[in-house]
Ligand binder design. Sequence first.
Ligand code: COA
Ligand code: AMP
Length: 632
Amino acid sequence: MGRYAEVHKRSLGDKEGFWLEAAKLVSWSKAPSRALDASNPPFYRWFPDGRLNVSHNCLDRHVEAGRGDQPALIYDSPMAGKTETYSYRELARRVAKFAGGLRSLGVEKGDRVLIYMPMVPEAVIAMLACARIGAIHGVVFGGFAAPELATRIDDAKPKAIVFCSCGLEPGRTIAYKALVDQALSIAKHKVKTCVVFQRPQLRAEPVPGRDIDFADLEARSQPVDPVDLASTDPLYILYTSGTTGIPKGVVRDGGGYAVALMWSMHNVYAVKPGEVWWSASDVGWVVGHSYIVYAPLLLGATTILYEGKPVGTPDAGAFWRVIAQHGAVALFTAPTAFRAIKRDDPDGLLMKKYDLSRFRTLFLAGERCDPNTLLWAEAQLKVSVVDHWWQTETGWPITANCLGIEAFKVKPGSSTKAVPGWDVQALGEDHKPVKPGEVGALAIKLPLPPGSLPTLWQNDQGFLKSYLEEFPGYYKTGDAGYIDEDGYIFVMTRTDDIINVAGHRLSTGGMEEVLSNHPDVAECAVIGVADELKGQLPLGFLVLKAGVNRPHEAIVKEVAQMVRESIGPVAAFKTALVVKRLPKTRSGKILRGTMQKIADDQSWKMPATIDDPAILHEITADLKTVGYAKGA
Ligand code: COA
Ligand code: AMP
């Protein structure tokens, strides 16, 4: 048996031994005496009697161990035109003071704090400051609009919001305060205190009595020590798209997460303390939480916080410049970033301008990695390229080529094998595993390993309904795919209406809710269609109310603007087709899956339950007018 097979087998067969051993990678104030609490299935808790503080593990621990002068965080911002380096000592000092500041505002253990900030060091400081005092942070991605922020405010009921005066996107500055003001006016939950980090590019006019200046608060506050927390106390809530417009509040606890992340840095990513690690994502996404902030700092590595794009800031050589300048050994990003680089620099000429000798691995996740992108990256970089699959819910990879255990030959299109701790099965309609090579619903046998979600924020029923009910004894990932004879897992598609646009997870159901609010729209549907750069793009279908005779272009423009203002620019909703009617089953279900297959030129069958086949032919003709369904 190979090393991987041995480790994977032990992780499932001896969970107690395996995870208690992994728990030694973390510094506990009280080490756990047992790993798994399985007393209340299907709710499982990890390290139930362990106590620790994650901020202590990310900062103080390393200062005490002699890493005080080592860079903890390198902020590299082509958008702001600056680079700053923070040592572990400096970052610990700032976090301790800002934590004192939050506490002086009445924020205590268990209180929620929403953080709505771009990629600035103060976002990381605010997250770790919450962790220090046991407050639960909820970071909201800057590309979401005010109504999305309002939904999160109403669900998390935060005591305070920390926001930034502006975000910097190519060609425009995003004024966060107007969005916060709008969100607070929509939300039912009232937030009395906001902390504003002012950037010189655009200052926010503070609201007297509500807005407190970040820098002043930090400067005048006394540093506070990390508080002692239970392993099972929540560290954060991270909202992610579900099948409706209401996002799901994924809860993450501190102990299991810290253990899983530390274990992953050694065994999946094979990175050592002191090395420079770069995850080119955003703190608003799970990749940012786990692999910009927590995992590299838990490990004692140096993390790069990059405020820029793969292309255009200033060119497709940006990633190579960052890797060379800071000596990064690994990069973690989404395949879409590589498709953008390949589009602008197909022969990798810009890469050759930089010294990439220390760079040894590229990790890709966030969306399906098409074989072309993987092969291009391998050919250009001549380093290992690891496609790995995970979700906001899981917090760390489900499948990967675990370089710290045993490197496997890559099969393009597969994110390799189940990571130890994860028992992945492809299930058929009878809820039993299908044969190797057959497509099924990808599900994970319970209990999920440490680090994955214990539940949804104050919504145990929602957790059961969304993930655990359909396949009893399993967690439903919402992805479909197959496992081949060698145990390689191929993640092919979602089984629900979630789409993945440039590595960003979005709900088409949420977009439909917005479109249906347009006064001229009687009925609508949104599907994800294949896009060469972004993987998928949303495409809307509008059936107009009888008697509406305004120009269709105007209506399409208006609904696109509505999606931008309700969900955010990140939805990249630009196109909709006005159609006569929508194809449905006899029971009235819109045939979105079939429409998507036709648009993408995949093989499709006329559904037996279709109400009127002629409508699908009409839709095909409509799709052709905007360049889809070319082969139909
Ligand atoms: N704050 C505010 N707006 C944001 C934003 C943020 N943090 N991030 C993106 N947006 C806006 C963009 O400005 C853009 O607005 P526009 O419609 O006015 O142009 C819109 O949201 C779509 O953004 P994006 O998806 O980034 O598309 P793009 O065309 O600007 O860039 C790529 C394309 C491929 C360069 C870009 O998508 C990219 O870098 N992808 C990497 C993906 C990634 O890191 N995913 C994280 C998961 S690992
Ligand atoms: P998110 O929760 O935003 O991280 O999105 C998770 C979803 O992105 C998964 O359920 C998959 O649909 C998709 N995904 C992430 N990584 C991969 C991958 N390596 N291969 C295929 N799909 C992926």
